[in-house]
Design a binder for this molecule. Structure first.
Ligand code: HEC
Ligand code: HEC
Length: 87
């Protein structure tokens, strides 16, 4: 009885290690970050002062079909900074 319990514990431990190893291996966030350049620097201040939602309102002034187009197949883009992290 005690033995089989230990075996089960070891099995659970093994599974936990596999899961942890998998998470460890997962690639880091791959979505491109908001560049810290002259164009975007003011948004870093804006996020600090007023939060992400306030800053995001301005992204599509440039990021639109006429300006800087989105890559093909870009996911729904309501919350830019939810996916594109700041540097
Ligand atoms: C004044 C125009 C303008 C505004 C406003 C603007 N961008 Fe940009 N953005 C650009 C231009 C031009 C580029 C491409 C050249 C570059 O990297 O600066 C770019 C590039 C990017 C890139 C791609 C970087 C890369 O690695 O290729 C991301 C992500 C981005 N912007 C996110 C944002 C987000 C999020 C906002 C709103 C907070 C925003 N931009 C607002 C002009 C703008
Ligand atoms: C649901 C997640 C998500 C949201 C929301 C989102 N994006 Fe993206 N965006 C991506 C992914 C994924 C890519 C393609 C991989 C990459 O290049 O980062 C991408 C690519 C881009 C690129 C091209 C980056 C490059 O390196 O060429 C720009 C510019 C960009 N997004 C701007 C924006 C802007 C501006 C908004 C808000 C209006 C926005 N994104 C909202 C996920 C998102």
């Amino acid at each position: 009885m005690a033995f089989s319990l230990k075996k089960r514990d070891l099995a659970l431990l093994g599974i936990a290690i596999v899961i942890l190893a998998f998470l460890w291996q997962a690639p880091p966030e791959s979505t491109s970050r908001v560049p810290f350049d002259d164009t975007h620097r003011r948004f870093y201040d804006m996020v600090q002062a007023d939060g992400k939602k306030a800053a995001e309102k301005h992204c599509e002034e440039c990021h639109n079909d006429q300006g800087v187009p989105f890559p093909e197949g870009h996911p729904p883009k309501s919350r830019c900074l939810f996916c594109h992290k700041m540097e």
